[in-house]
Design a protein. Structure first.
Length: 222
């Protein structure tokens, strides 16, 4: 095993142990939680190391990177797009991304639905309402979900959010959990939660996150 493979293996095991501990502490089964290894800016050699270590869920923020890595990895991988969507990239993203986590614009949702026979998505909700950070305003969430779920070719898995920069993550993820519970009342299939990154995933797990997106704690900082 190369030094890089050993480093990634060690980091990955630490994260898996922390995920299991956080889940058990919240009275949850660790198997309920999908660990997405965020490989943006890292070379395909690192993705292949993760694959050899049993990882099958990979997250990318840019179409240019994701499409290349997708073509170089085996077909049993699940690719998650979680970046800001550019309309002109949607056609390409729709080809390689199995799940799109960052739908927050109805025009993007409509275009995506026209490009695919079926696609899983998360609706990104804003927890801070700051411009440029992405996400649907919570006050408009149910209306937005009504429009998106009317699109025949999209399956809404649930909500995605990024913790605010100026608030303890636990408080933010509690709000997200409340929003999720509200959504489930009218959209019972949209029960999943994509939340939690390297610095706050344990707080997210405590509030019901089903998908966590971990990059730097596994691969380091670039």
């Amino acid at each position: 095993m190369s030094n890089r493979a050993a480093e990634i293996s060690t980091n990955l095991q630490v994260i898996r142990d922390r995920v299991a501990s956080a889940a058990e502490g919240a009275g949850r089964d660790p198997k309920e939680i999908t660990l997405i290894a965020v490989t943006k800016t890292f070379p395909v050699t690192d993705v292949k190391i993760l694959y050899e270590l049993g990882v099958r869920d990979f997250g990318e923020n840019r179409d240019q990177e994701g499409s290349v890595k997708f073509s170089e990895l085996p077909g049993d991988c699940n690719w998650h797009f979680q970046g800001q969507i550019q309309s002109n990239k949607l056609k390409s993203i729709a080809i390689w991304a199995d799940v799109i986590h960052s739908i927050d614009d109805i025009s993007h949702a409509k275009k995506l639905s026209s490009l695919v026979a079926a696609k899983d998505i998360f609706v990104q909700v804003s927890l801070d309402n700051l411009p440029g950070r992405g996400g649907v305003n919570p006050e408009q969430l149910l209306e937005f979900l009504g429009e998106v779920t009317a699109l025949a070719n999209l399956k809404v898995r649930g909500l995605m959010a990024v913790a605010p920069l100026d608030e303890p993550p636990l408080a933010a993820f509690k709000r997200l959990k409340t929003l999720s519970e509200m959504v489930i009342k009218t959209h019972p299939d949209a029960w999943e939660i994509s939340a939690g990154m390297s610095n706050d995933f344990e707080a997210a797990i405590s509030q019901g996150a089903t998908h966590i997106r971990i990059g730097s704690q596994i691969l380091g900082v670039r």
